[in-house]
Write a new protein. Structure first.
Length: 419
């Protein structure tokens, strides 16, 4: 199984762009790795702050919107970002925050680790943590902030929830995390797939109100994967959790990933064939619906195999507004066969004008338009989708983070429609 490789990046919402830039580069001393624009709002910057080379697990990004309303942290959100700092550095940071009139709390301890909590100018909560586990990462140095006190990268992210059960199940049964500690209503989960940026804390607050996603709050948290064959692990973990239920797969993709594994092993194109084989061996139905399949991107053999496996699909050429009601009916019939659904979105299903950063772009991909949104809302409102992943992102080929921003928008819209 291809494990989740810890945290990749976290994106938050800020107000004034210059103030945001000054605080993170001058007060905290992290590097502006990249400056681009928000793909959905080109008048807005997208800042990337991290270490020298923007290593996954160090990148905090921002959408700074001038005059954005103040957000409110609450249930259903990532509410704290924890950075790892060298042991013995917290006194330096306490004095620095006092001199800079940065709102902060007294030095505290959690899970045997000393930390200081503070807020950025927009009210975003962050922690600097002296980690128990050795952190060999090197922080970015400035004239005032040297390596012995510099931020190394993420230590943890905290998710606040009314009930942690569903999220904990995804972390442990799908993502490969394990619960390692607990303090009252705070539960700590960690993956052994990476050394750092490996921790997720779940804060259970049954009476907490829902958060308001705006200035000073987190937009999304992204996890890191090695490649697309995480799909097989995604399904097996979900089906294990819903062992006595019918688990289906809905895949937005331009390609059928039902190729038979070769002697060299599995690949990103074999995941659904592996699932089909497992279902056959266990006497279960293989419930698979693919949306956005390209005729030109799949061989006749793959179409024949899809028919043999009784897979259902909608061609990209038929994924349009005039066919919307027919597609809705097909999706609803599929949902009726299932008790729970894994949703996986391969970004190469979209037109290259929207998603250039994929390994196998197709010239006539679908659009992120009203038709796509209506199908997604149908899935959200069904209450049957229990897990979601995205695949096929290749930053080497991305242009100004268009594909990454599209993925972020997808996640934001899903959560917004859901809650």
């Amino acid at each position: 199984m291809n494990k989740i490789l810890g945290l990749h990046h976290i994106t938050a919402i800020a107000g004034d762009a210059q103030r945001n830039y000054d605080f993170y580069t001058k007060t905290l001393g992290v590097r502006l790795v990249k400056k681009t624009v928000n793909f959905d709002d080109p008048q807005t910057y997208h800042f990337y702050f991290g270490n020298e080379v923007g290593t996954p697990g160090t990148i905090l990004t921002f959408f700074p919107w001038t005059n954005v309303r103040q957000g409110k942290t609450g249930a259903g959100m990532a509410t704290e970002i924890g950075y790892s700092v060298p042991k013995g550095s917290l006194d330096f940071w306490k004095v620095r925050f006092e001199k800079g009139n940065i709102r902060h709390e007294a030095l505290s301890e959690r899970f045997g680790e000393k930390y200081i909590a503070f807020q950025d100018p927009d009210g975003l909560w962050l922690h600097l943590i002296e980690a128990k586990q050795k952190d060999k990462r090197k922080g970015w140095e400035t004239a005032e902030i040297k390596a012995d006190v510099a931020l190394k990268g993420f230590h943890t992210v905290t998710l606040t929830l009314n009930d942690i059960k569903a999220t904990a199940a995804i972390l442990t049964e799908v993502f490969g995390y394990k619960q390692i500690e607990r303090e009252d209503n705070l539960y700590r989960y960690q993956t052994d797939a990476v050394e750092n940026a490996a921790i997720v804390d779940l804060l259970e607050m049954p009476q907490a109100q829902r958060g308001v996603n705006a200035g000073g709050t987190n937009h999304h948290v992204a996890f890191r994967v090695k490649n697309e064959d995480v799909l097989y692990g995604h399904y097996t973990g979900t089906s294990k959790h819903y062992e006595k239920k019918k688990v289906g797969l809905i895949n937005f993709d331009s390609h059928f990933d039902i190729r038979k594994p070769e002697s060299s092993g599995v690949s990103s194109g074999t995941g659904f064939y592996q699932v089909a084989t497992d279902c056959q061996n266990k006497g279960k139905d293989f419930l698979y619906l693919a949306l956005g399949i390209q005729r030109s991107g799949n061989t006749t053999e793959l179409f024949n195999r899809a028919d043999e496996l009784k897979a259902e699909y909608v061609l990209a050429q038929d994924f349009h507004s005039l066919n919307l009601e027919k597609m809705k009916e097909q999706v609803q019939r599929f949902l009726a066969k299932t008790d729970a659904v894994c949703l996986t979105i391969d970004l190469d299903v979209f037109s290259p004008s929207l998603a250039p950063g994929v390994s196998a772009p197709t010239a006539a991909g679908i659009l992120y338009d009203h038709t796509f949104r209506e199908i997604m809302k149908l899935l959200v409102n069904s209450n049957k989708v229990v897990s979601l992943d995205m695949a096929e992102y290749n930053p080497t080929y991305d242009i100004d983070s268009h594909t990454a921003n599209l993925a972020a928008q997808l996640i934001f819209d899903w959560v917004d429609w859901r809650y």
